[in-house]
Design a protein around this ligand. Structure first.
Ligand SMILES: *Cc1c(COP(=O)(O)O)cnc(C)c1O
Length: 426
């Protein structure tokens, strides 16, 4: 019998059975056979305070018995009102209008519709394409797929079936800045906006860039009169060492997408937040000017309750400072990997640690080695990386880094004996 569950990002025919998880406590996943693994992924960047935080559980439980869900068309509720106001407060500039979506990819779709709709309401219906950057990842739905790196992303097999966008290198030096400027100039009547993952490109290759690169994008968007859309679905909520990556860049995008850690890894939710001029373009007496979008489960009260409780924790506890402080710890712990054969780079930013290698080789055996060593990681592409909970204690950071070093070493040297291994548990 073939598996009734069609799993993500895997060849169902050849992939090994997935790991069965029955519970999670603090920083650990607990397997069906009773092992504890440090979650070095924080469940795809989302579990920012660790698992089972009592403040979040209480907030969700309280909301569950009162109002677990209600449609959002024509109805509102306090958890959503409160969350929107708090996000507006936390974001810089006049990012004042929160549209609730049910996943990051959908928030990206909504941002695309906001940008295209903005230009239509300004009498420029031809402006319906976007620029995104090499190695970009913006999600898995068809609109979002079109914004991913067209050649190197996992979606390249859909070329021709999805929207055709423009893609160029990030403006990290004079030449690439000039290229972006030329692209904006040549396509000025077609471009609605520029999408960027500020400071850290995630699933497209775990690459970092400078705040100045993000500022250049803002300046060029202003110069050529197109919207700038920041996709902070991965970087938002402290991950890069500031609440949002754009805070470190001192840039205000026209639209920002947030997701992943928004609900601290409990319930799916994302948002697209627009600045006043974007919102105002849709403001008229004509229903035809409205933003026609409304996912069934948008602004789910349980998700809003979790997000509100998470924001409380960000104010009550030094979460963002912890993320910033993790960078040197990860860098120290992972630096020895640089000397291993086949390692190209070791880089850390906030609570993100990356070992880039020439080739992962047999990735399934590498993944298995990590599980055997008591750590949950999911290397992909040419990266072995960690995005742990932001409050991971020092001892666990050391343990995680030691396992990353030892397993990477063993894997790259293909099973050399255990001599020369660093002590794993300190
Ligand atoms: C994860 C991610 C998305 C997609 O979010 P989903 O909730 O998985 O749909 C979009 N953009 C970035 C930068 C992401 O990291």
């Amino acid at each position: 019998m073939r598996d009734p569950v069609w799993r993500p990002y895997c060849q169902m025919k050849t992939a090994p059975s997935p790991l069965s998880i029955v519970a999670a406590e603090e920083f650990d996943l607990i397997t069906a056979d009773g092992r504890r693994l440090i979650d070095g992924m924080a469940s795809w960047w989302s579990v920012c305070h660790g698992y089972g935080h009592p403040a979040i559980i209480q907030a969700v439980e309280k909301q569950l018995s009162r109002l677990p869900h209600v449609m959002f068309g024509g109805i509102t509720h306090q958890p959503a009102e409160r969350l929107a106001a708090r996000l507006v407060d936390a974001l810089p500039g006049d990012l004042n209008h929160v549209f609730f979506a049910d996943s990051g990819s959908v928030a990206v779709e909504v941002a695309m519709k906001m940008a295209i709709g903005y230009w239509r309401r300004h009498g420029r219906p031809g402006r319906n394409r976007f620029i995104s950057f090499a190695n970009a990842y913006h999600g898995d739905t068809t609109g979002a797929m079109s914004l991913c790196d067209p050649d190197r992303s996992m979606h390249s097999g859909y070329q021709g079936a999805i929207l055709s966008q423009l893609n160029c290198s990030l403006p990290s030096d004079d030449r690439s800045t000039e290229t972006l400027a030329r692209l904006l100039d040549r396509h000025r009547t077609e471009i609605a906006g520029v999408f960027v993952e500020p400071l850290v490109q995630g699933a497209g290759g775990m690459r970092f860039h400078q705040p100045e690169t993000v500022r250049r994008i803002r300046r060029l968007c202003d110069q050529y009169g197109v919207l700038m859309i920041a996709d902070e679905i991965a970087t938002g909520f402290g991950r890069t060492g500031t609440m949002f990556a754009i805070d470190a860049c001192e840039v205000v995008p026209d639209i920002i997408c947030l997701g992943k850690a928004l609900t601290a890894g409990t319930i799916t939710m994302a948002v697209a937040v627009a600045r006043s001029h974007v919102f105002d373009a849709f403001w008229s007496d004509d229903i035809g000017d409205a933003l026609m979008h409304g996912p069934t489960f948008m602004a789910n009260p349980l998700a809003c309750a979790a997000a509100n409780a998470s924001l409380d924790l960000f104010s009550a506890e030094p979460r963002v400072a912890q993320a910033a402080a993790m960078q040197p710890k990860l860098q120290t712990g992972l630096e020895p990997c640089r000397d291993l054969p086949g390692v190209i780079d070791v880089r850390c930013h906030g609570a993100i640690g990356v070992i880039e290698v020439e080739s992962l080789g047999d990735v399934e055996s590498l993944r298995r080695r990590f599980v055997d060593a008591g750590v949950w990681l999911r290397p992909f592409g040419d990266c072995i990386y960690t995005t742990p909970p932001l409050n991971l204690p020092d001892k666990k950071i050391e343990q995680l880094c030691d396992v990353m070093f030892n397993v990477t070493r063993e894997h790259l040297l293909r099973g050399t004996p255990a001599d020369g291994l660093r002590k794993v548990v300190k």
